[in-house]
Design a protein around this ligand. Structure first.
Ligand SMILES: Cc1cc2nc3c(=O)[nH]c(=O)nc-3n(C[C@H](O)[C@H](O)[C@H](O)COP(=O)(O)O)c2cc1C
Length: 335
């Protein structure tokens, strides 16, 4: 690796977004096989789930996943501090506070995007977490809520939270609408305003500003990196995982990736076999890699095999062999 170049780059230069039900530890293991340097985020975990629930289930990860951030949902400073400590003790590299989720369930818990209207409370939470841990405490947020269109709102939010010691802001560059849209719809509307994220970087040059929302190709990433410190990619990375294969070389100055898709698939089969011995069904792992061969001949049939529930009692190696067969062979034919 080109050490000199790499050390000068922000650790937040590229990341895969936290995505509930998607970026679990198996997904992150898969992504890490494709890109060594991209920062990975857990799904959001609520402070209540961590303080009162099954901690290993929420917090355990594979050592290969570093650099790795735990995303928290919560608003009570003492709870956030306790959970940040858990994150540090468990070995996470960062703890991130979700101030961007518009779901009504999340609002009822008084966290997520509605916290953008309570910058002081977020600042208290950040301060409590920073007092509790040495790992970076970061915030992921929107550029506004509901019909607040003015840039001043997000500038003041970032200013107040930065005062409390937060140095890294991940900006999903569209407003959160707290009513009338599902979270899914609210990832498409209202429109993205990248200019707000760029302006934050100009107004707070000492902060790390990471842009998120609707980013697709590598050239788009490169363009954003001219204006901000980092780019976070969500759905594109998940649906087209091979799009991350060039990132280490292009954005981190590392050597070209040596593994091809077949190597990654083979490593995933080995991982599935290890997980099976812990009682994890291969389908829980395989569901995250269904986009691996997108755009290549036979990708559709390959995907069908890896999502075929009739094969659920087969060992992953057998499913793998089936997935390698020429397209003419029916999926259900016994091995
Ligand atoms: C299925 C799904 C689940 C998500 N869950 C979370 C979450 O737990 N925490 C969070 O901050 N954002 C969550 N998001 C939002 C993403 O982190 C990201 O901000 C959003 O998808 C925009 O980025 P993209 O256009 O690159 O996907 C989720 C998005 C999706 C698609």
């Amino acid at each position: 690796m080109n050490q000199a170049l790499n050390e000068s780059l922000s650790p937040w230069r590229l990341s895969v977004a936290p995505m509930l039900d998607w970026t679990d530890r198996h997904c992150r293991y898969f992504h890490r096989l494709i890109t060594r340097h991209t920062r990975l985020y857990t799904e959001m975990v609520t402070t209540g789930a961590l303080l009162h629930g099954d901690r290993p289930r929420h917090l355990d990860f594979n050592p290969e996943e570093h650099p790795l951030a735990l995303q928290l949902g919560g608003s009570e400073p003492a709870d956030l501090a306790a959970c940040a400590r858990l994150a540090q003790d468990w070995g996470y590299d960062e703890v991130n506070l979700n101030c961007g989720c518009p779901s009504e369930r999340v609002q009822r818990g008084a966290f997520g995007a509605c916290l953008m209207a309570e910058a002081d409370l977020v600042a208290q939470g950040v301060k409590a977490m920073r007092d509790a841990v040495d790992i970076p405490v970061t915030v992921k947020h929107r550029i506004g809520i509901d019909r607040i269109e003015s840039y001043d709102f997000v500038r003041d939010f970032v200013g107040a939270v930065a005062e409390a010691g937060c140095e890294v802001f991940i900006v999903h560059a569209r407003n959160a609408w707290l009513q009338g849209l599902s979270p899914k719809e609210n990832r498409e509307v209202p429109p993205l305003r990248y200019e707000f994220a760029y302006q934050l970087k100009r107004d707070f040059p000492g902060l790390t500003i990471v842009l998120n929302g609707g980013v697709k190709g590598d050239d788009e990433i490169a363009e954003h990196l001219r204006h901000v410190d980092g780019v976070m990619v969500g759905r594109q990375a998940y649906h087209e995982p091979w799009s991350m294969a060039r990132w280490d070389e292009r954005f981190f100055g590392d050597a070209p990736a040596e593994r091809d898709r077949a190597d990654i698939e083979k490593l995933m089969v080995e991982y599935m076999a290890r997980q099976a011995s812990n009682g994890v069904a291969w389908s829980h792992v395989a569901r995250h890699m269904l986009g691996l061969w997108n755009g290549m001949p036979g990708a559709r049939r390959w995907r069908q095999v890896w999502s075929d529930h009739r094969l659920k009692h087969e060992p992953p190696q057998a499913v793998w062999r089936q997935a390698q067969r020429p397209a003419a062979q029916p999926v259900s034919e016994p091995a």
